[in-house]
Write a protein of this length. Structure first.
Length: 394
């Protein structure tokens, strides 16, 4: 009996295993086919640049020299895995390392930058691609301003700087494995006036490159795989979005004014969404920069109340929306403020990350026609106010 029971148990066990394999084999095969169908879409690319250091201030004429530069990047061709990828027509994303000897200048040294980027398609036809690449990250320059050892370098006051690259680029897919590229770009280094002097470095270049694809490229996933609207979005109600935030920054002006300063910035942006990608609106600012007190004293102006340096402003605002990220651009006009050496107009460039439904973090650069004033970091709160009647689509 024991032998008979063992044989029956073994028989039932093998039958159960067979049924389990038959039931799960479609899932296993599906997973394998999806793995083959959707690869990482990652490829590597090298570029050679040639350009010059642009002297945008008279003091920088000393550095106006030609230079080669080299770039290697790790990129990914998006294919619609996320909704924003389809919204922006399947851009390229990645990270790049940029290097140049800056024309062997004894005052500037060498520059290296590590920059995440996104390459927006402007025109695409079969194997041809034309796009605009925007990259922003960190840059390191081996030489900086020093009162004794390097006093002629008025361009950069710190080793560590922000690095920005903007490029118009064409790409052509030669075959399954290789893609050729050519572009015109502008490479910029600046510390955002964290430490003076800070005229910044600008290097326009032309480039050629070659990319290698280790795996076959995925086909784009169109909207046919996704509902055209979000759940319940057929019931439409317009709304206004309010963003309220505060930020703080640091200005090292020891080499110019002999002191360092803490800058405070309060702001509000009111947005109205006009498309999946864009929001437009108006904004209000209130900034307090104590370095203005010293600047006015050096100019011979008398300041009775230090609160008179408060700078209220009003601006036009635009936000480019990419999932939880928002790129915000403001062009504004000062409504007050005792210090007026920079003129009545200002511009702001902000990167906002929405880490929850109502709260966000941001970093903002304030400039006056290309000349950086300060960089601030902050937190904010946003909320929506609906208006109009709810209507059914169609």
């Amino acid at each position: 009996m024991r032998l008979h029971d063992h044989i029956l148990f073994s028989k039932h066990r093998h039958q159960t295993l067979l049924v389990f394999l038959l039931l799960t084999s479609p899932l296993i095969l599906t997973g394998q086919s999806e793995h083959k169908q959707f690869s990482s879409n990652i490829f590597i690319e090298g570029k050679i640049h040639y350009g010059f250091v642009y002297a945008h201030h008279l003091e920088l004429e000393l550095f106006n020299t030609h230079l080669p530069a080299f770039e290697i990047s790790l990129q990914q061709q998006t294919y619609g895995k996320r909704k924003w990828e389809r919204t922006f027509a399947y851009p390229l994303i990645g990270i790049t390392c940029w290097y140049s000897g800056l024309g062997n200048s004894p005052y500037l040294g060498h520059a290296i930058a590590l920059m995440p980027f996104i390459n927006f398609p402007l025109y695409r036809y079969k194997d041809f691609f034309f796009g605009f690449r925007f990259a922003i990250g960190a840059g390191y320059l081996t030489k900086r301003f020093d009162r004794i050892e390097n006093y002629k370098n008025t361009a950069i006051g710190t080793h560590l700087n922000a690095a920005v690259n903007m490029m118009f680029e064409t790409r052509y897919r030669i075959n399954t494995w290789l893609t050729a590229s050519a572009g015109i770009s502008l490479q910029h280094f600046s510390n955002g006036s964290l430490k003076m002097p800070n005229y910044g470095l600008n290097a326009p270049t032309v480039s050629v490159g070659l990319a290698y694809w280790p795996l076959n490229q995925n086909k784009n996933i169109g909207d046919r795989r996704y509902p055209p609207t979000e759940p319940y979005s057929a019931i439409i109600q317009r709304h206004i979005e309010f963003n309220i935030g505060g930020a703080i920054g640091y200005k090292n002006m020891g080499s110019v004014l002999g002191e360092n300063y803490i800058v405070f910035h309060l702001y509000e942006n009111t947005f109205y969404r006009i498309s999946r990608k864009s929001k437009v609106g108006i904004g209000l600012d209130l900034s307090y920069d104590p370095s203005h007190v010293k600047i006015m004293e050096l100019q011979g102006d008398t300041l009775i109340n230090t609160m008179n340096i408060l700078r209220p402003g009003i601006n036009a605002a635009y936000q480019l929306v990419m999932s939880k990220l928002g790129f915000i651009f403001n062009i504004g006009y000062y409504l007050g403020g005792a210090e007026k050496s920079n003129g009545p107009l200002y511009q702001k460039i902000s990167l906002q990350y929405n880490f929850s439904k109502n709260f966000f973090a941001n970093v903002m650069l304030k400039v006056h026609f290309g000349r950086a004033d300060y960089v601030v970091w902050g937190l904010g709160y946003k909320f929506n106010i609906p208006f109009g009647k709810k209507t059914l689509k169609g």
